[in-house]
Design a protein around this ligand. Sequence first.
Ligand code: SAM
Ligand code: SF4
Length: 475
Amino acid sequence: MIYHPEKYRIPDEAMKPFIDISEIETILRETVSTPEGVRKVIEKSLQKNRLSLQETAILINTTSPDLIEEIKQGARKLKEMVYGERIVLFAPLYIGNFCSNNCQYCGFRTENKNQKRITLSKNEIIQEVTRLEDSGHKRLILVFGEHSLYSPEFIADSVKTVYSVKSKNGEIRRVNINAAPFSVEGFKTVKESKIGTYQVFQETYHSEMYAKLHLSGKKSDYNYRLTSLDRAQEAGIDDVGIGALFGLYDWKFEVLGLIRHVNHFEAVYNVGPHTISFPRVQNASALNIDKNYLVSDADFTKLVAILRLAVPYTGMILTAREPIHIRQEVMKFGVSQIDGGTNIQLGGYSKNNAKEQDLNVEQFEINDTRSIGEIIAELVENQYIPSFCTACYRLGRTGEHFMEFSVPGFIKRYCSPNAILTLAEYLEDYATNELKIKGYELIERKILELEETQNVEILRERLIELKDGKRDLYF
Ligand code: SAM
Ligand code: SF4
C-alpha cells in the first residue's frame, strides 16, 4: 500500500484531535531510507525548512552509522546557524506533589502510598526562590502535580509570589509552568500572572498505550490532553511547549507524533510551539512500565539530532534527567536550553542535604546534580555563552512574532548581545574569581566575532555600566 496524505490526514481544526495512529504507522512502515534521500532531507533542513512526516521518517529509518553521523553533523550545523552558541539556563521548582492521576511512570501518582505529599507554603516558596536567586538563576519553571489544590488561581498566586522575591541583586524575570492543562478560562487566569511558556507533555502520542498508562483521573482522557495547548492558545497563551516522555512507546512513533503536533499548531495558529521537550523515563518510586520501550543512548542521541533537523525553529530543552556525557553530546547538535543546579525534591533547594536523592519526595531520579556554577564553568570552557536572557518575553516578542527567527540578523543583533550581558551580570554577582576571568575572556572573544558584522559600541558601554553596578540591561 502506498501512503496517500489525503487519505489519512485528519483536518487540522482548533481544539480537535489530530493524531491518526494508522497514518504514522504507515509512514514509518513504508518510508524507505536511501543515502541520497537522507542527504536531500538534511539539505532541505539546512535551508531552514521544516520537514514533513515522510521526510522525518527517512531520517528515522536510517540505520547506517555513517549516515547517522551525517544527520548529527547536519543538526550541529543547523544549530550553529540558527541559535549561535548560546545555551539558555533555567531551574525547575517543584511546588506541590499531590496528584489525583495514576500515570504508571510517575512517582507522584495517586496510588503511590510511599510518596510523601507536600505543597510548599508561600514562605517556603520565598525561601526556595531566594536560594535560587542567590545562586544566579533568573528563569524558573514551576512544576505541579494535577490536583484540585492546584487550581489556576493557586498557580497564578505561586507565580506572583516568585516574581515578588528579590534577594540582593537577584530576581526571577521569567516563570514558565509545567502543570495540568485547564479549560480556556483556567488558562486565562494563569496567563494574567504573566507567565512565560506553558508546557504540557503528551507523554505518548499512541492512544492505545496512553490508555494503558493513564488508568484513572482527568489525565486518562487522551483527547483532552492532546488539545490542551489549543485551549492555551485560545486563552491567549501563544508561548507553549510540547513534549513526549521517551521510553513509554516506540521512540520512532513519538518523534512523528511530535512533528504532527507541530504541524497542527502551524496549520491552526500560524506558529509552532516555542519549545519541544524529550525527557527519557527515569527510575521513580512505584515505576510500572514495559521496559521494552526504554530508549538506548544511541537511539536517543539520534532522535535529538532528527528533531533538530525536523523543526529548525523550535527551541529544544534538555534536563538533568540525562547524565553529564549525554548532555555534553546532544548540546552540540540540538539543544538550546538546559537546567542547572537542579534539585527536584519538594523544598530541596533550601535543605542542606540537597544532593541526596530521595524517591519518596521526588518525581524521579536525576543524573546531573552539578551546581549552576559548575555547569556555567563547563559551558564557558566549551565556548558556549550561558544565557539568562528574558528580553523577548518582557518586550512582548512572543508567539507569531518570535522575532529571533523571522527577522534576519535578529540573533546577532539581540540574542547574542543579551546572552553576553546576562553572563556578565552572573560573573559580577555570583562567579568565583577563576570563572570571572574565564567568562570575561569568552565575552571578549565573542564581541570580537560580533564586531566583524555589526557595531558593538553600545554593548561595550552596557558592559561598563554593569561593572559600575547597573543591572538588567538588554536589547
Ligand atoms: N502533573 C503535570 C502533568 O502531568 O502534566 C505536570 C508535569 S509532571 C510533574 C512533569 C513531567 O515529568 C511529566 O509530564 C512527565 O513527562 C515527566 N515524568 C513523569 N515521570 C517521569 C519519570 N519517571 N522519568 C522522567 N520524566 C517523568
Ligand atoms: Fe500526576 Fe503529572 Fe505525575 Fe501524572 S505525571 S502522576 S499527572 S504529577
